[in-house]
Design a protein around this ligand. Structure first.
Ligand code: SF4
Length: 376
């Protein structure tokens, strides 16, 4: 996808035309026109796609988007289900707060706007999980509002085009980029133009002005791009200042019994909030003792599985999985059974729950062990 224009003739645009005109002209010929969320003015469909596309590649998003839209085709259907059902469909896509915020925002839209979307960027930004750039994308695509997006890709384009030699994530630089982006908008244009222009910015960032080795020879902005003209494309945008992420280690207890594993629902807040995981303890705690005191289960330790690493935005997590055989089967945790937050499931059933990616990996690692236990 990224190199789709390579091999095509170099783009022919009027070099002196305004920035927006050049981009629109380029997009009509070389941009993307058949993504599942294109060709609609339905703000709901645009919203879902925009949220899914945050931090996630198009090819990963497509099957999730299609499943999600089939299950929840509009605001009312999304608001009518539990957040648990939303997270189950979100499972594996990562950044789960996005799924929780979608559900909260759908409920707010039902309560405050009778299931409709406000047109106004400021009102859209009041909804959970919708930032300034996402609000602008919804307003431009759905309502033809004259407003600019400024996601990571657009920041990269503008940092190169204007030769901005500061890290774009820095507050003051970000404000400058918003100001520059607003100055580039097409003047007094219609809905169609705003759609093409917004899509053009997205497509240029995804297909041409990519992070490494941008395809400047195919770029409609080449003639007056500061980075290209000054041979700075390899060093702009200025990267995020290096920060060493703290490392946190935890233990996941994989309890087995009668061909099933125990999953425990996490609290709504914090990492993987509301998702199903293995019971978690610190590296200093004793797993068998924890099972006895907190889950009211007698267990014996079988083995340790290889460590798993997972990186969050602010820290690195090392998971030390411990495999235990539970002697009793019932999830007799008094508190847990009351809250219905412990489940014994087969691996296949567990894989269908709202689980984070590392738990999915651990379940797949556990599958052969569980099968051998059954056959013993
Ligand atoms: S000329 Fe190159 S660096 Fe400049 S905007 Fe185009 S692709 Fe990006």
């Amino acid at each position: 996808m990224i190199r789709q224009t390579v091999g095509r003739p170099k783009v022919s645009v009027v070099r002196s035309a305004p920035f927006a005109s050049r981009l629109i002209q380029w997009q009509l010929v070389y941009g993307r026109h058949s993504l599942p969320w294109q060709g609609t003015r339905d703000p709901y469909a645009i919203w879902i796609s925009e949220i899914m596309l945050q931090q996630t590649q198009v090819s990963t998003v497509i099957p999730y988007y299609e499943r999600f839209m089939a299950a929840f085709p509009n605001v009312a259907s999304l608001a009518s289900v539990s957040v648990e059902e939303v997270l189950t469909l979100w499972s594996g896509l990562g950044y789960y707060s996005r799924g929780r915020n979608l559900h909260r925002a759908a409920c707010m839209l039902m309560e405050q706007y009778n299931g409709m979307f406000p047109r106004d960027v400021a009102a859209l930004q009041q909804l959970p999980g919708i930032g300034r750039s996402t609000a602008a994308a919804i307003a431009a695509f759905a309502f033809g509002e004259r407003c600019t997006i400024l996601d990571g890709n657009v920041k990269r384009i503008l940092a190169r085009y204007f030769g901005v030699n500061r890290y774009p994530g820095e507050k003051i630089t970000e404000e400058r980029l918003w100001h520059l982006a607003e100055g580039l908008l097409p003047v007094g244009e219609d809905h169609e133009t705003m759609t093409s222009y917004t899509q053009a910015l997205m497509d240029l960032g995804a297909l041409i002005c990519v992070r490494t080795q941008p395809c400047c020879q195919y770029c409609p902005l080449q003639a007056d791009c500061n980075a290209y003209q000054n041979d700075l494309t390899a060093i702009l945008p200025v990267p995020r200042p290096r920060k060493i992420l703290p490392v946190k280690e935890i233990v996941h207890l994989i309890l087995l019994n009668q061909g099933q594993v125990l999953l425990k629902k996490r609290q709504a807040s914090g990492i993987w909030g509301g998702l199903w995981c293995f019971p978690e303890i610190t590296v200093d705690q004793d797993g068998i003792d924890y099972c006895k005191k907190n889950l009211y289960l007698r267990a014996t330790k079988l083995t340790e599985l290889p460590h798993l690493k997972h990186t969050f935005t602010h820290f690195k997590l090392i998971i030390r999985p411990q495999l235990l055989q539970s002697v009793m089967h019932q999830p007799v945790c008094e508190e847990s059974s009351r809250k219905d937050d412990c489940l014994w499931l087969t691996i296949e059933e567990a894989l269908q729950q709202a689980i984070p990616a590392p738990v999915k990996k651990l379940l797949l690692m556990t599958q052969p062990v569980l099968q051998s236990c059954i056959h013993e």
